[in-house]
Write a protein that binds this ligand. Structure first.
Ligand SMILES: [Ca+2]
Ligand SMILES: [Ca+2]
Length: 148
């Protein structure tokens, strides 16, 4: 499953999962997934969420890490329209110049409670910044969010 998602997203989801799995038993609930989605500004009805989860796992109430990745891949790649990706993009692009700079990326991730190291940031930029100009355009961002 991890192969189908961009590496930076996998890292992010792994951290999110670890954070949510408070009891450390390798599983989270549907409500936990809703929390993660909300943090990236994706609001799904409970029914939409249940449908996405049903696609990913047989057991609706216990979501293991792999199921979680599958759900996130489904939701982020299938349920998110370009318009919604644009909204998320605008959240990152604080100064509104149409590009996400490494600083803007760092700022937003730290707001989400992620402890981002320079190395993490460099890795993410490497994945996202496909033309190598040191910033992420909307097109590049859409590719990251929707690539399988
Ligand atoms: Ca910007
Ligand atoms: Ca770029």
């Amino acid at each position: 499953m991890e192969d189908h998602l961009p590496a930076d997203l996998v890292t992010e989801y792994k951290d999110a999962f670890r954070m949510l799995d408070r009891g450390n038993h390798g599983a989270i609930s549907i409500r936990d997934i809703a929390t993660v989605l909300l943090s990236i500004n994706i609001q799904l009805s409970e029914e939409e969420l249940r449908t996405a989860v049903k696609h990913a796992t047989d057991d609706n109430d216990v979501i293991a890490y792999d199921d979680f990745l599958a759900v996130m891949a489904t939701v982020v790649t299938d349920c998110v329209s370009d318009e919604e990706v644009k909204l998320i993009f605008n959240q990152f692009d604080k100064d509104g110049d149409g590009f996400i700079s490494p600083n803007e990326l760092r700022e937003l991730l730290s707001q989400l409670g992620d402890n981002v190291t320079d190395q993490d940031l460099e890795d993410m930029m490497l994945v996202a910044d496909q033309d190598g100009d040191g910033r992420v355009s909307l097109t590049e961002f859409i590719q990251v969010m929707t690539s399988q």
